[in-house]
Design a protein around this ligand. Structure first.
Ligand code: G3I
Length: 334
């Protein structure tokens, strides 16, 4: 009997995976159904994809993913309702190309969130309501996005209120990356504390988990989980992948031979990092309410294009032929 992720973690938390509509066919669909019990549309629910013009929605891709989940008894995490990236062209400007007022932008946000959340009410159990609104630089709390420039911090509160109104049963998340690095962690905490103190309907925090074999450390991960849990919030790992390369290295590589290769040594280090991270998730099973991988296998990953375009990465549990890697066995055998 082959071991699976979802069975190994049935007494802990759902195990999810980010998908595109084309992932839900053939070998990949088979692997998804065998191993996972939750899915997240990788791009299909982002505002630029689902709401390309002011009064036009493009539901087909998101609908197909939700229908697949319904047909197969998988949960769906919705991703995402308000982000500075992947926004449609029309969103921030009027017919003359001038930036819109705060009032107009909040109305657009409300219409968007109300339509999307209502459509999938009862089918999407959790939403990443606001994504990456905290700045990377410690001198400021908020990212200086157009959302922030036009609305100030109010867009964050409003986004949660609109989502809660559209589906009072959905779990509502603030989602961000590098949340284990102490400075960013403390700024995300500051934002969440403000929201919780003001009784904004936020239930949970998503730690994206775009990690590497070098970070975070076990202490950093524990400290972050404990700190966010102290606010009474649930924690999910929402976009897990473990790059086999150090984040910055290779960016200035001049030729293909300068670029790091995926050696057996790196594969072993990656398995050790996966093992450490999952041991901690299990330790905090009362707080961790889900772990989602950012893609099914090393065949397709955004890390092939970022931060070094064209450099292949191998950040997941299954290889390019859908076979389990050392990291998979470390995660399921505990
Ligand atoms: O589908 C079009 C295709 O028709 C076109 O030819 C091509 C040309 O660039 O673009 C394709 O769209 C791309 C899309 O992925 C689908 O592959 C977009 O350009 C590209 O920007 C988009 O990238 C996604 C990125 O978010 C931006 O939305 C990645 O797939 C996705 O993995 C990544 O995921 C994010 C999370 O949402 C938030 N956290 C960080 C994470 C990684 O960046």
């Amino acid at each position: 009997q082959q071991k699976t992720l979802k069975d190994a973690y049935k007494d802990y938390f759902p195990i999810g995976v980010a998908v595109m509509p084309q992932s839900l066919r053939g070998d990949e669909a088979k692997l998804i159904l065998q191993q996972f019990n939750s899915i997240t549309p990788e791009n299909s629910m982002k505002m630029g994809a689902i709401h390309p013009e002011e009064n036009r929605y493009n539901w087909a891709d998101a609908d197909s993913i939700v229908a697949f989940a319904q047909a197969n008894g998988l949960r769906v995490r919705g991703h995402n309702l308000c982000w500075h990236e992947h926004t449609p062209k029309w969103l921030f400007t009027d017919a003359n190309g001038k930036l819109v007022s705060k009032e107009v932008l909040l109305k657009r946000l409300k219409d968007h969130i109300t339509s999307v959340v209502s459509r999938y009410k009862g089918k999407v159990y959790a939403w990443d309501v606001v994504n990456e609104a905290v700045d990377d630089d410690s001198s400021r709390l908020y990212r200086n996005s157009l959302w922030y420039q036009i609305c100030g911090e109010d867009f964050i509160v409003k986004a949660f209120e609109y989502a809660h109104k559209a589906d009072p049963n959905a779990q509502l998340f603030y989602n961000d990356y590098n949340t284990e690095r102490p400075e960013k962690r403390d700024r995300v905490y500051k934002l969440l504390k403000k929201l919780v103190d003001a009784h904004v309907p936020v239930n949970a925090v998503g730690l994206q988990g775009h990690w590497s074999i070098y970070e975070p450390t076990e202490k950093e991960l524990r400290d972050a989980i404990v700190k966010f849990a102290s606010l009474g919030l649930k924690v999910q790992i929402t976009e897990l992948d473990i790059s086999v390369y150090p984040w910055e290295k290779n960016v200035r590589a001049k030729t293909a031979s300068d670029i790091d290769k995926y050696t057996p040594e790196l594969e072993k280090k990656q398995a050790e990092q996966y093992s450490k991270m999952f041991r901690i998730f299990r330790e905090y099973k009362n707080v961790i309410s889900g772990v989602t991988f950012w893609n099914t296998s090393d065949r397709t990953t955004w890390l092939d294009h970022y931060p070094v375009p064209g450099r292949k990465n191998y950040p997941l549990l299954f290889d390019v032929n859908w076979q389990p890697k050392k990291s998979f066995w470390e995660v399921v055998n505990f």
